[in-house]
Design a protein. Structure first.
Length: 90
């Protein structure tokens, strides 16, 4: 009897690919201000492990939670949603 565990997933933009097997993903969310009722952008950066899927800087990726890989790495890239449009290559 195998049960599939639904993992937590987030969507964000890759901001840095300078490390080996690790990328930095910036996840942005909108929060309503309690007093002014305006939406404010809040973001958090995650260190994400890359194994088979290797994204480039600027790509929009989906990340899923995993067991701790190192001190700050608890996420893994599952898929690339949208590749970045590099204007230098066109």
């Amino acid at each position: 009897m195998t049960e599939y565990r639904k993992r937590q997933s987030l969507t964000g933009e890759v901001t840095s690919t300078k490390m080996e097997k690790t990328v930095v993903v910036k996840v942005t969310r909108k929060v309503k201000h309690p007093m002014y009722n305006k939406y404010i952008k809040r973001y958090k950066k995650y260190l994400v492990h890359t194994t088979t899927v290797v994204p480039n800087q600027g790509d929009l990726v989906k990340i899923i939670s995993t067991k701790p890989i190192s001190k700050r790495k608890r996420w893994q890239v599952s898929e690339i949603i949208r590749e970045s449009l590099d204007m230098g290559k066109i």
